[in-house]
Design a protein around this ligand. Structure first.
Ligand code: TPS
Length: 344
């Protein structure tokens, strides 16, 4: 690949590249209700329901380092990140297909562990494995999962539905997976030197788990259902909060005001980030792999959401012309830019 091409990919970034590659594809079938550009494709199923389809790939060296990622966790994570995309449409996952490209340097036991993790996730999320492909790889391990789900037509949530003054809400806490990755990276040399020595991960279990074994927030989808709240827009947080806020704003043609002081950050995430000389807020905005849900709800739902232990109101939507801002602890407005995870 020439130097020139690499620069092009770099300057376009992941999302510019997707736009460029797919711009000449037209939607030709009535059964395609929504194509590329949300967390999952939305397809006609019957009078009341849509089918959802989403694909996510995990690539060795990019998404995981086998030095410190157990195969079982890898299998679980490859399913969870796909289920998360179905959750982000307010849907329920039903089936997955799993394709792997694998080098024969791996013993069969390793692949069995991978599929143990996949099976655990299938049980946890109540999905069936219904197909896939297995090929050889001359370089790294690649795992590609496609998740298929279902959603009531009246309940489907896109990135594009946020209204001005809607509340911006995020589930759980953020930044932990990124800080967990820093711990694992730091201890890598220990694993490398002697795989039998247990590295110093003491007390860091929560953030390491968030990196190694993330969960799709199907529970949050259930809580919202119980509260009888249907978000006006939704996305999952895979590339970092900043990037996902920008996606919601762009798709909904809105601006946003986000309060740094409101961002939910677990205390272990904060203290460990500071140990690494990292600003916890930067880890939240740009770290990624949280797989929490970011969504907007109407102001009328304020009382239902406020004080809920599983979700936090972090700001509100504005008109597009008002811009997208963070409010820092000195009440200064900082324009929000995505420096989060970008594959190129
Ligand atoms: C070895 N990382 C990988 S992909 C991604 C992030 C934050 C964003 C989501 O990806 N290097 C190693 N392991 C990691 N976990 C990372 C980097 C971090 P996608 O957009 O493909 O869903």
């Amino acid at each position: 690949m020439s130097e020139e091409k690499r620069t092009d990919l770099e300057s376009l970034g992941e999302f510019g590249t997707i736009d460029l590659l797919t711009k000449n594809f037209l939607i030709t079938r009535e059964s395609t209700a929504f194509g590329i550009g949300d967390d999952a494709a939305v397809l006609e199923r019957n009078e009341e329901q849509y089918t959802l389809v989403s694909t996510d790939m995990l690539v060795e060296g990019v998404h995981f380092n086998l030095m410190y990622v157990p195969f079982k966790h890898l299998g679980y994570k490859s399913v969870a990140v796909n289920v998360s995309d179905i959750a982000a449409m307010n849907g329920t996952p039903e089936q997955i297909t799993v394709s792997i490209a694998v080098s024969n340097r791996f013993p069969l036991e390793a692949l069995e562990e991978l599929y143990d993790g996949i099976r655990l996730a299938c049980q946890h999320y109540k999905v069936d494995l219904v197909g896939g492909d297995t090929t050889s790889s001359r370089s790294g391990l690649v795992i590609s999962v496609t998740a298929i789900g279902v959603v009531d037509k009246s309940k489907v949530v896109y990135r594009s539905g946020a209204g001005t003054n809607d509340l911006l809400v995020v589930s759980g806490d953020l930044g932990a997976a990124y800080v967990g990755l820093q711990v694992l990276e730091r201890e890598k040399s220990v694993f490398q030197a002697n795989p039998d020595i247990q590295p110093d991960l003491d007390g860091k279990d929560y953030i390491i788990q968030r990196q190694l074994k993330p969960e799709a927030r199907m529970d949050v989808i259930a809580y919202l259902k119980e509260l009888e709240v249907v978000p006006t827009s939704m996305i999952d947080v895979s590339d970092g909060l900043a990037s996902e806020i920008l996606h919601l704003c762009k798709s909904s043609k809105k601006g946003a005001m986000v309060y740094n002081a409101k961002l939910p950050i677990d205390s272990l995430t904060s203290t460990t980030a500071l140990d690494f000389n990292l600003d916890p807020v930067t880890c939240v905005l740009n770290g990624g792999e949280d797989y929490e849900l970011l969504f907007t709800v109407s102001q009328n739902d304020f009382d239902k959401i406020k004080g809920n232990p599983h979700m936090t109101i972090i700001g509100y939507m504005t008109d597009a012309s008002d811009g997208i801002y963070l409010v820092d602890k000195n009440e200064s407005l900082i324009p929000l830019s995505a420096q989060g995870w970008d594959h190129f």
